[in-house]
Design a protein around this ligand. Structure first.
Ligand code: FAD
Length: 412
């Protein structure tokens, strides 16, 4: 593929960004820092200035951080940088031929360049949604859970992913009895596999979380609050939070006729098939030159970095997005970072560094595909290099905490 790409035919005079999350905010700031001097408009359906979501399941949920800590682009900065923020108004229609957006109030916004950063939305169970049933995606969701938790003594959190695990940890830290219901054999099994997933389960259990494993949620308990599992058992709690994944917000792109397949389809330059129309963040299903397939990532780092690349490409660059994925999470006193991408068939080697600190390596053909550290601060850069360079390694050295990580890198 040649960099046909994302670049609008000439330097655009107006760039519109649809979205109100990290990708939208970051792209707008990057456009200005890269020297874009034209009209720049961010159209966001939520009423908040563009914000990032990681605090919502962590310090914001626990009431330890204010909302403004999550803001990516506040009104003052926007005005200083001449970025028009249209908040609380969705873009409802995209006319690619006329190069024009229509907003929820009927107003029109012509553009030369467009970034779709519409993110994803939490999947909710079908059927009526009782007030004790929660999902977690927005500030309002977090506020509702926190308020319900204030009046509750027990909670059920269901889901096999990060949001369920982090929410369970935060609610436990708030003093609630927590039952975490996971579909796999282990906590976070789909993301981390059974070996490392078991280590996360033991962290949760050591903090008093009751973990129900291998449990498929069949429906809501009648009358509730609680969940009915496929084996007919009921798990009950004063409130229930479900983390059943997120669905990409592709509706605007789809209606405009852009290709959509689990996300808006873009090439390695983050461009759709329409000139000057790009996508970034949770909504983008982007061709990844390293993995030779399309990847849709729902991680903070991906949203931030894709947004920057997309911004530069909107200005005529042809920067391919090929970063090794990176993700972080905090649960109880365990902070972790993962780099890379592994397959279930990859070998796992664990290095125990301390009682509460370890590194997990994933290997294929004696090369690292991914690595995770938990509480081994300072390891990230070296791990990133090892994974990025696919360094040949010796499994025995990996597991030995006496062998410095940098010496593994030196073998490259
Ligand atoms: P979003 O944040 O989803 O933003 C998209 C925005 O676009 C939304 O505000 C939406 O309302 C708006 N929008 C959609 N359609 C339209 C439209 N037609 N018109 C106008 N606006 C529209 N990642 C990590 O790496 N580490 C973490 O610890 C971590 N914690 C997380 C905790 C929670 C609770 C959640 C929900 C996510 C977490 N993530 C984490 C993931 C990370 O936050 C996401 O990857 C990131 O938010 C994606 O940003 P985005 O801008 O692409 O999409």
């Amino acid at each position: 593929m040649s960099p046909r790409t994302g670049a609008a035919p000439r330097t655009p005079r107006t760039i519109a960004i649809v979205g109100g999350g990290l990708a939208a905010g970051e792209a707008a700031k990057t456009l200005r820092s890269e020297g874009f001097d034209g009209r720049l408009v961010v159209v966001a359906e939520e009423a908040h200035a563009p914000y990032e979501r990681p605090p919502l399941s962590k310090e914001y949920l626990r009431g330890e951080a204010a909302a403004d800590k999550a803001t990516v682009l506040d009104a003052d900065l926007a005005s200083e940088q001449r970025i028009e923020l249209i908040l609380g108004r969705a873009a409802t229609d995209l006319d690619l031929h006329a190069r024009r957006l229509t907003l929820a109030d009927g107003s029109r916004l012509p553009f030369d360049g467009l970034l779709l950063a519409t993110g994803a939305t939490a999947r909710v169970p079908v059927g009526p949604r009782p007030e004790w049933l929660h999902v977690l995606r927005t500030f309002e969701d977090a506020d509702r859970i926190r308020e319900a938790a204030r009046l509750a003594s027990s909670t059920v959190v269901a889901g096999g992913g990060w949001i369920a695990a982090e929410t369970a940890a935060s609610l436990r830290q708030l003093g609630l009895e927590v039952t975490l219901v996971v579909p796999g054999a282990e906590v976070l099994e789909r993301s981390l596999g059974p070996v490392v997933g078991a280590m996360f389960r033991s962290v949760h259990e050591s903090h008093g979380v009751r973990v129900v494993r291998g449990a498929r949620v069949a429906g809501l308990a009648e009358p509730g609050p609680g969940l009915r599992l496929a084996d007919g058992s009921i798990v009950a709690g004063d409130l229930v939070v479900v983390g059943f994944g997120a669905a990409p917000r592709t509706e605007l792109a789809e209606r405009a006729g852009l290709a959509v397949a689990d996300g808006i389809v873009v090439d390695e330059w983050l461009s759709t098939a329409a000139d000057g129309v790009l996508a970034a963040g949770d909504v983008a299903s982007a061709w990844h030159p390293r993995y030779h397939e399309r990847v849709r990532s729902e991680h903070w780092d991906n949203a931030r970095r894709q947004a920057r690349t997309a911004a530069r490409n909107l200005l005529g660059r042809a920067e391919s997005y090929e970063r090794v994925p990176y993700f972080f999470s905090d649960q109880f006193d365990l902070g972790m970072e993962v780099v890379g991408r592994f397959a279930a068939s990859d070998e796992v080697v664990v290095r125990r560094v301390d009682d509460d600190a370890f590194i997990a390596f994933w290997l294929r053909d004696d090369r690292l595909t991914a690595a995770l550290h938990a509480n081994v601060w300072g390891a990230k850069k070296t791990l990133e290099r090892l994974v990025d360079q696919a360094v040949p390694v010796d499994g025995a050295l990996l597991s030995d905490p006496a062998v410095p990580l940098v010496e593994l890198a030196a073998a490259a």
